[in-house]
Design a protein around this ligand. Structure first.
Ligand SMILES: NC(=O)c1ccc[n+]([C@@H]2O[C@H](COP(=O)([O-])OP(=O)(O)OC[C@H]3O[C@@H](n4cnc5c(N)ncnc54)[C@H](O)[C@@H]3O)[C@@H](O)[C@H]2O)c1
Length: 443
């Protein structure tokens, strides 16, 4: 309930001389008025991410502070399947405007295919809503400019849901950098390793198309560029990149459309049986007839036009430099991040597979000791190593609490993270040419 209205109603009620009412009745009225207003959340994009992190999790863990009021997806079967998974009575829609008009949400969560985020972010603001956007904010520079202009015009709040900031080691890294534990940051080496399971999954479905995902440099690396921007605490200005498709796509002698019908099941190391996953059967396979979305698409399809091998150099306003690489066909999964400063170095290793694990956050002071940092705080349960729960808390439960680490990512942060990826693929398109962010958008 709106607090202003409830206070006014209470004053009017007392002034009307209704003194005959019993004390018990007044106190029960007060109890009703005292109930905090729940955030009315609408969701567009009810696929894997939407239905879980922004659907089922909200209903299961945040019903005291938030309420799902509407669900929308272009696939009417998927939105109905998601409603069941989420366990909500909220109405379902395939028309976004109709959902907003009918359900009057305070905020819209956008969890659609990446290249469609901009459309919904802008329309939600136009229709008077704040926005929680899944990463990436957008997939090209025109979308980015349009979102920035719309936010200026409509004055609504856009938050980008970068859950990777909520990793315990990521937060500790930010804290140590804020304390100047390694002095001034001069450079960062960030290596992302995607393996033959997680990495391959991006080549099975819409992420494989640049026009839908902006390549992994936007879709995936926007997490990493956001972390780098947040840690370095300066504005990226210039990007140079190289990228190739060395492994997936045309780089194989046989292919099919998708695994279920593949004649090469026996010999393909990437054969994957989606029918073994009950959630995916409900959300994808049983909804295929509507949009032809094949969750188990072939990783060797010839239309794949993103890169699986990437190198990016980013220069920041303060002179710091980020050296970023990513590969999507590696034998193990994880990250190796090193931050070099005037007084030391931070190393965060979290990778492994095939029988080995390498995970530690290490601080080495120049001319001093090297130590493993272990006071990381409590790791939450749930998806992405508890990052999702920590993010949801900060956005939905603790939104009025101080945020000393700057964990909440605003529109500018979302724009800059996407823009590095966009500048990187533009650089690759132009044979490794240097791209400045200011030639892409007016921030
Ligand atoms: N932060 C994270 O850890 C994380 C993890 C996974 C996905 N994501 C993000 O969440 C988003 C969704 O990813 P996903 O894995 O759930 O994909 P998905 O393919 O499972 O779901 C996408 C949904 O969007 C719908 N859709 C597509 N175009 C649409 C349109 N024009 N209008 C309305 N709905 C449309 C599809 O029908 C589908 O239901 C992506 O932007 C992705 O980057 C973030």
């Amino acid at each position: 309930m709106n607090e202003k209205i409830s206070a006014l109603t209470r004053r009017q009620f007392i002034a009307s001389g209704a003194a005959a009412l019993t004390a018990a009745a007044v106190s029960s009225t007060d109890a009703v008025f005292a109930q905090p207003k729940r955030l009315r959340m609408a969701l567009v994009g009810t696929g894997g991410r939407g239905a879980t992190a922004w659907g089922a999790d909200i209903v299961a863990n945040y019903s005291d502070v938030a309420e799902i009021v509407g669900l929308c997806d272009i696939n009417s079967k998927r939105v109905r399947a998601a409603k069941e998974l989420i366990k909500t009575n909220a109405p379902v829609f395939t028309d976004f405007d109709q959902m907003i008009r009918q359900t009057r949400p305070d905020s819209v969560t956008v969890a659609t295919v990446d290249a469609t985020h901009a459309h919904y972010i802008i329309r939600a603001m136009e229709l008077g809503c704040d926005v929680f956007s899944e990463k990436p904010l957008c997939t090209d520079e025109a979308q980015c400019q349009a979102i920035l202009d719309a936010q200026k015009k409509f004055g609504k709040k856009v938050t980008v849901t970068f859950n990777a900031r909520h990793d315990l080691e990521a937060k500790k890294t930010k804290e140590l950098l804020m304390q100047k534990a390694i002095g001034e940051v001069f450079s960062m080496d960030f290596h992302e390793y995607l393996d033959t399971s997680h990495g391959a999954d991006y080549f099975r479905r819409w992420h494989r198309l640049k026009e839908k995902s902006g390549t992994l440099l936007v879709h995936k690396a926007s997490h990493h560029f956001d972390l780098a921007n947040w840690w370095i605490d300066s504005t990226p200005v210039e990007v140079t990149a190289f990228g190739e498709l060395k492994f997936y796509g045309r780089n194989n002698s046989f292919r099919s459309t998708h695994c279920r019908v593949c004649p090469f099941k026996q010999q393909c190391k990437f054969y994957w049986d989606v029918t073994q996953n009950p959630l995916y059967m409900k959300l994808y396979v049983n909804c295929e007839s509507e949009d032809g979305y094949l969750r188990d698409g072939c990783v060797w399809r010839e239309d794949i036009n993103i890169y699986d091998t990437m190198s990016v150099v980013v220069k920041y306003e303060n002179g710091a430099r980020l050296n970023y690489t990513a590969g999507a066909y590696l034998p193990y999964e994880g990250q190796a991040i090193s931050i070099n400063g005037s007084q030391g170095r931070l190393d965060y290793f979290d990778f492994g597979g095939g029988g080995f694990v390498n995970k530690e956050l290490r601080l080495t002071r120049s001319f001093g000791k090297s130590e493993v940092i272990t006071d990381l705080g409590e790791r939450r349960a749930g998806e992405h190593g508890g990052e999702d729960a920590a993010l949801q808390d900060v956005l939905l439960r603790d939104h009025n609490k101080p945020d000393p680490l700057g964990l909440r990512a605003d529109l500018r942060a979302g724009a800059l993270a996407s823009l590095i990826g966009i500048a990187a693929y533009r650089s690759i398109e132009r044979g490794g040419q240097k791209i400045t962010l200011k030639e892409l958008v007016k921030l």
